[in-house]
Design a protein around this ligand. Structure first.
Ligand code: ZN
Ligand code: ZN
Ligand code: ZN
Length: 317
């Protein structure tokens, strides 16, 4: 009898191990994948002039995980990488994208895609100029108004003149084929469009699609329904600038009309667990409690079936 006990334990151990393996999310990134390179709102964190608890200690002890919003795309089959957004953390985001790809020898991605002309989304282009990288014809895709903004305003027009960047035009709702297994499509969203249009992107890999909307006015102002759009994709990285109205006390909501996370969760509350599981909140203002994993708000998001995007997170496309 005694000799059977270790054998029985081994059988139980092996079956438990198998079970655990099945429950683990896929971590095979040998195919096309999306990489989160930054999750913060344009101003980053610590935020200039902030004396509150959210940033106070970060001026002395910066948190290197806090980078302004950006996504990378890695496509090993075609040996290409792409960057979405060129924000103030561009240098480390170029580096992480190159390192994570494992195949890239050039420091530059094959193209950069820009959603709009707010500092967290394009100001990093400055690093491609003469004072820094002096890049050679870095391909940059943007919408027509954004393109003409870059072409006709200094210092950006110097990047064009010196061929540090090579601008290409995006057309709303028109798919760009980046490789046989990778496509990207821009679509217009309502936002404060002082200098450019604002777009979101749908990135389509060989098996899965991701939606990316870092900045948008309230969902009701969009001609499309976010719930329907989520149903068409496998991942949805969406605007979570503010968790709720508490963060904008003393400011005019008309000037910053993002959907609050609490409003989005209310809108998505009747979605099935499978649909909820696609949603990753991103683009956090420095005041947003979702920046702290252990906050009650972070727990509330996860317990409700949604996620907060995490820097370095990678998903299969
Ligand atoms: Zn932004
Ligand atoms: Zn702060
Ligand atoms: Zn913006």
């Amino acid at each position: 009898m005694r000799s059977f006990i270790p054998l029985l334990c081994l059988v139980i151990f092996l079956s438990c191990e198998n079970k655990n393996k099945q429950q683990e999310p896929s971590s095979d990134f040998s195919g096309t994948s999306l990489l989160v390179l930054g999750t913060l709102q344009d101003g980053g964190s610590p935020h200039i002039g902030c004396n509150n608890d959210c940033c106070k200690s970060l001026f002395q002890n910066p948190d290197h995980e806090r980078k302004v919003v950006s996504l990378g795309i890695i496509d090993p089959q075609s040996q290409q990488t792409f960057l979405i957004e060129a924000g103030p953390d561009l240098p480390s985001q170029f580096k992480e994208l190159k390192e994570k790809s494992g195949f890239k020898t050039s420091e530059n991605p094959d193209a950069v895609f820009i959603t709009h002309a707010h500092i967290g989304h394009y100001s990093g282009l400055m690093y491609l100029g003469r004072e820094a990288m002096n890049a050679k014809a870095q391909v940059v895709y943007s919408m027509p108004r954004m393109k003409s903004f870059l072409e006709t305003n200094g210092p950006w027009n110097q990047l064009v003149r010196l061929n540090n960047i090579q601008l290409r035009t995006l057309k709303a709702d028109s798919e760009i084929v980046l490789s046989p297994q990778l496509k990207i499509k821009a679509f217009l969203v309502p936002h404060r469009d002082e200098y450019s249009e604002t777009v979101g992107f749908i990135i389509s890999g060989p098996n899965k699609k991701a939606l990316f909307i870092p900045d948008i006015d309230k969902w009701e102002k969009w001609e499309r329904g976010i719930v329907d759009e989520i149903k068409k994709v496998d991942y949805a990285f969406i605007d979570a600038t503010f968790f709720d109205a508490k963060e904008i006390q003393g400011k005019n909501i008309k000037e910053i009309p993002h959907p609050f996370v609490v409003e989005s969760m209310e809108l998505f509350k009747d979605l099935s667990p499978k649909e909820k599981n696609k949603i990753f909140f991103i683009h956090f203002n420095h005041t947003n409690p979702l920046l702290r994993k252990e906050s009650v708000e972070s727990k509330r998001v996860e317990e409700s079936g949604f996620h907060t995007a995490k820097i370095h997170q990678q998903v299969v496309l």
